[in-house]
Every structure is written in C-alpha cells, then in structure tokens.
Design a protein. Structure first.
Lengths: 427, 318
C-alpha cells in the first residue's frame, strides 16, 4: 500500500515540470557557485588594494614602491584612477589617502614620510629607521597584516643597496673595527635582541620593539572606536538576504489570489492591475523596512551597533533597499505560475545573489571577477550602502550611487512585473 | 440616423446588458460562438447548459475579464470592462474568490473599499450584506473556518457590496448541501423582489425553473433557445405531455415495442410524448396486449431537461 502513495507523488511532481527542473538545477547551481568562489580563492589570493603616498621621493622609497608593485597579491595605487578624457589625477597625499581609507575605497594606505631614504631600515630596539605610517580600516583584519608582511619582504628583496649601506652604517656604529670593547658591545646587542625575541615569544614585548626591517606605525583610521566590525556588516548582509526571501514569499500572494479567483474579482472592481501591483509592492516595501528596523534595533540592543546616530542614513538606505527587494519579489512572482515554482526559483536566485553579493561572506574576500559580478545583485549595493552609513560614518549624500542603483532596479523590476502580470489581466 | 434607429440605440443604451455577436476562442476551442442577447431591467435571466457549454466564458466576458475575438458587450450602455460597467456590475464568480485569512466582515470591507466605498456608506453596506447572507453572527469568523454554505453566501455578498444594478451569479450553488442551496435561493429571491437584474448560470434545471424569468439554453458556445420556461417547452413540445412508464417483460421486446410506438427508453423507463392525457389509456392497453406488465406510469408536462434533450439529443448533465 506504500507504492500507490509513491506513484501518486511522482505523478503530481511531474505535472509541475518547472519546479521539478529547478529542484535539480538548484543544488547544481549552488555547487557551481561555491566551487567558483572557493575554488578560485585557493589558487589565487584576492588582491589587496593599497594606496602608497611617497613623501620622501628618494631612491629607497621608489625601490620600496616598485617592490610592492611587483607583488601579485597587491594592487598598488599612488594616484586615483584616471578618468577618460580628464587630466591625469594628482598623486595621493596623506590627507587624501586617509580619506580614501575612511570612505572604504581601500582598506590600507601606506605613507612613506620624508627622510625615509636616510634611514630606511632598522635593527634592534634602538633602531633609527624612519617609521612608515600604515592607515587601515579596522573592519578588514587581514589586509594590514598582509601589507605589513609584504612591506618587510619588499625591504629584503627590493632594496639590496639600502640594506648593504645600512649594514655598513650599523657595523661602523656598533662594531667599528671589532676591538674587544666592540666585541662586547656586539655581544650585548645580540643579547638584547635575544631578550626581545624571548619577550615576544612570551607576549610581554611591545609590537613596536621588533616589527621587521622597516618600522611601521599602524593606525586604524576607521572603526577604531567601534565594538565589532563585522556586526554592522552582517546586520545588513543577513538582513538583505532574508528581506529578499520575505518579499518573494509575500509577493506570492499574487499566485494564491490568481488561483483562488480573488484576483479576478479584485480586477473586476475599480482596481486595475497597476494599482493592485503597486498596492502589494507598497505593502511589501513597508514590511521589508520594518524587518530591517527590527533587525538593527536588535543589533543595537544586543551588539551595541550605534543605530540612533545613523537614523537618516538608515532611513534612506532602508527605504531604497526595501523598495528594491519588494520589486524583486513582485517580478519573481509574476514570472512563476505556481507557488512551487516561486519557492524553487526564489531560493535559487536569492541564495545566488546572496553568495555573490556579499550576504554570506564579505566581497573583499572575493576575486575581482566575482566582485564585479556582485555588482549585479541587490545585496552588494544594499550592503555597501549600509556599510557606508554604519561603518564609515559617511553623510547621506554619499549614498547616491547605492540609492540610484537600488531605485533604478526597483523601477525596472516593477516594470517587468507589470508586463508579466498582463497574463492575469485578460484571457 | 432615423427616429427608429435613435429609439433603438436609446433602448440598447439603457438595457442592463446587451451582447452582440460575441465570439471567444481559446486556441482551437470556440467557447462562445456568436452569442447575442439583451436583458430587460429587473429580470432574472438564466443561462442553462451543461458543464463546458460556454456559460462561464460568457459571464467573464460580461465582467470584462475576457477579451472577445469579435462582438460587443455593453453594460447599461458602457463597454464591458469600462469603469462605468464595472461599477454597475456585481460579479459572483464560481470560485470562492475570498481572502481566507480575513473574517467575513473584513472581506466585505475590503471588496467595498476596492469599489471606492468609504465611511458610513461602507458600514451600512457591510451590515446589509451580512444580514442578507445571514452571516451577522459569524461576521468576525475567519473565512477559512466558515462552512461551505457560509463561504458560498459570503462569496455572493462580496459581489453585491457596492450595490450593483446588474448581478452575475455564476453557478452559486456548486458544491453546497440542499439546505444551504435553499438559503441561497431565498437570497436570490430577495434580490429579485428588490427589482435587481440578475444573470444566473447553472446546469441545474430545477434552479433555472425556480428562479429565472427567461432562460437561454446554451450548448457548445451557442444559445440554442431563449424564452420563458413555458415558451421553451411550448416551442419544443407544443401542448404535448410526457408519459413515463416502466414495464415488466423481456427487455429487448419492450425496447422494440416502445420505439415502434415513437417512444424512447432511458434506462428501464419508457418515455412517450402524447398530445392529450387521454392517450395514456390506449397506450397502456397496447402494452398489455403486447404481453408486458405495467410497473408504474406517470404523466407530466415536459421540463427544461426535456427541452434540452429535444434540442440536442443529449441529457443536460451528460
């Protein structure tokens, strides 16, 4: 008596071929997407964008920059990207580099100060090497460490002349002609170095005491006073993903009403299809905005995300995101013929968009190609906007790219929904 | 335009419904095939036909939910689907077109608002609808929790919330028990008493006979007859009556004898058409002479079922 149940289920499943196909396409698609994301990250490290400001303009600083530029995992910029037809932009200054980090253009900036060429490298606790300033965004914990390490590597490999000169200097200064007294001083210094190294091993030493050949003064210019850099990111990232699910589910009421005949009855009243879709979209927009608000209030109350200092930016980004996801849901519901199709298609699209668009893990960890692909998702633009508001503390006016894209997407998606909904208007 | 033409145009303009040469095809299937009809104010007009005859498509065309391939539909002089036509029309679809998670009262409020009603007008109308549908004590109940009959009544009430002048009732008694069906009949009779113009589609002959002033018999997308009940019967049978009888005896012999006398067998029942009731005596004598025993016999005037059978050669519920 079990087999008849199986047979009935198979027959019913075969009737909805679209959802049947999606149930096979869905896992394969996800496998492919994650294989691309993680597979490519194993073979090539995502490039870190780095701004370098050369205030020294010495041969040593030029060698160092050349060494950094030769690193495949770094994308070094000394000036903003040139625009077509515009004059060549001015090189970054310390102020513009700091501003670029603060606005999230890059995670790390290096400022090579004047006089670096005179003392490019340093040894020991009383080293005289000039400090390079490393400005970083605290939300990216990987990039500054990577830049620091590659900076030391560049010093070793790209500055052999400087290393030799500095070695001679230090030999003259500390060792001289190796008299017994000089021997003692050298031994003392070696002993000091041993102590420093042993102090580092037990965690009692200062990171400034021995930080490589080039002395680096690291300073977080964004997020130094914030609690948890990832919380405000994930509030947006997870929020947008579930907003998309809610919006598509809610828009599915169109399919229910079409099936029950309620849609016909509504359209025989004074309400036309445009009004009906607009009404549903307004409701879904409000629902999404309330969801986002509750999410951020939760983040504020539990994770101390500074919600109330960012109300204007939140409202702008919240409304734009809400209207875009609502329109996405409407378009998706209009494409589908059954709830089952909507469920399968929305799962496929939303999880794909969320994976590529940064809802599952930050886009900074992705390859350049995936970063570019992410720009085709609502998630990426919404997350970028919320990050600008809550992490970079940028004014509302700077949200114009995100606002423009999200609103344009909303208009296009609503137009698609309206066009596809014609099938319900008349037989 | 002549005076006669002007009068005709005026008459059409004020008719609750005028359908002219309506054709609607779905692929290779012609659902409505050149239908023309005109309703009179205050009448209950029946569309009687088997399932798939094209009744619902015709109704949907009147409601403006189907674009005809050719022909015209005017509701009180306005094209079907126009704002004026929609305001004048109350459509009760065959499906339970309600919001299941809203209460009865909330459903009525929603459809009232969709039709532009507000404030006291809306409240009064909701109260009237609940009373008309005998749902006052269930006003706050979620629609999905109502019984089948109650849902049907609420479905009808939602179509009347905006006080339409023409009501389209598309098989409103489908799937309801006899008691609920009677309650629905009472609701429709109450509307008739108010002088409302009604189109009533059904495949139940008894409903059409009970409720409708005029009846159009629809088959394969065409109106094959249109008149009052009596007019339809008279057109098909004149003043003749139908005799049904059951005989005891060899089945084949009975069948042959019945057909030889111009009757037909339906199952084990023989049917004859007689010009005068006195002919029954001669019929029974002949059956006795043929050696068949009489089980039972009855005489009745032909009904719409008989008319449909006469016109199409098929049972109404085939």
């Amino acid at each position: 008596m079990i087999l008849p149940i199986v047979r009935t289920a198979i027959t019913a499943m075969r009737r909805d071929r679209a959802s049947l196909a999606l149930s096979f396409i869905l896992p394969i698609s996800f496998f492919a997407i994650f294989a691309v994301i993680f597979g490519s990250s194993r073979t090539s490290t995502p490039r870190v964008s780095l701004i370098v400001v050369d205030q020294d303009r010495s041969p040593a600083s030029r060698d160092l920059i050349a060494g950094l530029e030769s690193e495949g995992s770094l994308s070094v910029r000394t000036a903003p990207p040139a625009r077509k037809g515009a004059p060549a932009p001015q090189p970054y200054t310390a102020a513009t580099a700091e501003a670029a980090v603060k606005t999230g253009d890059v995670s790390v900036a290096l400022i090579i100060p004047g006089g670096f060429g005179a003392h490019p490298v340093s040894f020991g606790p009383d080293a005289k090497g000039t400090q390079i300033e490393l400005l970083n965004d605290a939300s990216d914990t990987i990039a500054p460490q990577m830049v620091n390490g590659l900076l030391q590597k560049a010093a070793m490999t790209a500055m052999p002349l400087d290393m030799a000169e500095q070695g001679m200097k230090y030999t003259e200064e500390y060792i001289g002609t190796f008299t017994p007294e000089q021997r003692k001083r050298m031994d003392d210094n070696l002993e000091d170095l041993r102590k420093t190294l042993s102090g580092r091993a037990t965690g009692s030493g200062s990171p400034q005491e021995f930080s490589g050949l080039i002395r680096v003064d690291q300073r977080a210019v964004v997020g130094e006073n914030k609690n948890n850099p990832m919380v405000s990111f994930y509030a947006a990232a997870i929020g947008v993903m579930f907003l998309l699910f809610t919006a598509s589910g809610s828009a599915g009421s169109l399919l229910d009403e079409a099936e029950s005949g309620t849609l016909d009855r509504v359209l025989s009243s004074r309400i036309n299809m445009t009004g009906l879709l607009a009404g549903k979209m307004l409701f879904n927009t409000m629902l999404a905005f309330v969801q986002l608000t509750v999410m951020y209030l939760f983040a504020w109350s539990v994770f101390k995300v500074d919600f109330f200092s960012h109300i204007p930016g939140f409202v702008v980004m919240g409304l734009c995101t809400a209207v875009a996801v609502a329109a996405f849901g409407m378009a998706l519901a209009s494409v589908c013929k059954t709830r089952a199709q909507l469920g399968a298609l929305s799962t496929l699209l939303i999880l794909t968009m969320s994976a590529i668009g940064g809802s599952m893990f930050p886009r900074v960890m992705m390859s350049d190609a995936l970063k570019r692909a992410g720009l085709w998702t609502l998630n990426a633009w919404a997350i970028d906007g919320f990050t600008k508001v809550f992490w970079y503390d940028q004014p509302v006016v700077t949200l114009w790219p995100q606002v423009t894209v999200l609103l344009a997407a909303a208009i296009v998606l609503f137009a698609v929904a309206r066009r596809l909904a014609r099938r319900w208007e008349f037989a | 335009m002549s005076a006669a033409e002007a009068t005709l145009v005026e008459a059409v303009a004020v008719a609750p419904l005028a359908v002219d040469s309506l054709v609607k095809r779905f692929g290779a299937v012609t659902a409505v095939d050149g239908v023309s009809l005109e309703l009179r104010a205050g009448e209950c007009f029946g569309l009687l036909g088997p399932n798939g005859a094209g009744k619902s498509t015709l109704i949907r065309a009147v409601a403006g939910r189907v674009i005809p391939d050719s022909g015209q539909v005017a509701v009180f002089g306005s094209a079907a689907g126009s704002r004026q036509a929609r305001a004048a029309l109350g459509w009760v679809p065959q499906e339970l077109a309600l919001y299941p998670r809203l209460s009865a009262s909330e459903n009525l409020h929603s459809f009232g608002r969709y039709n532009g009603m507000r404030g006291k007008e809306l409240e009064d109308s909701v109260a009237w609808c609940l009373h008309w549908a005998s749902l006052e004590d269930r006003a706050g109940e979620l629609t999905r929790n109502l019984s089948g009959g109650m849902k049907r009544r609420l479905n009808m009430a939602a179509g009347l919330i905006h006080h339409p002048r023409l009501v389209l009732l598309d098989e409103p008694t489908v799937g309801v028990d006899p008691q609920s069906r009677n309650r629905i009949f009472e609701m429709i009779e109450a509307l008739r008493a108010q002088g409302m113009t009604i189109i009533y589609t059904t495949h139940y002959m008894e409903e059409a006979e009970r409720l409708c002033d005029r009846i159009a018999i629809v088959d394969h997308g065409r109106i094959i007859a249109l008149d009052t009940r009596e007019g339809l019967v008279r057109a098909s049978f004149g003043e003749r009556s139908q005799v049904t009888a059951r005989f005891a005896g060899p089945e084949d012999a009975i069948r042959a004898w019945v057909e030889a006398r111009g009757g037909r067998m339906t199952g084990t029942t023989a049917e004859f058409t007689v010009e005068h009731p006195a002919e029954i005596g001669a019929l029974l004598e002949a059956s006795s002479a043929a050696g068949f025993g009489l089980v039972d016999v009855s005489l009745r005037r032909p009904n719409l079922e008989s008319v449909f059978l006469h016109l199409t050669g098929r049972e109404l519920r085939d």
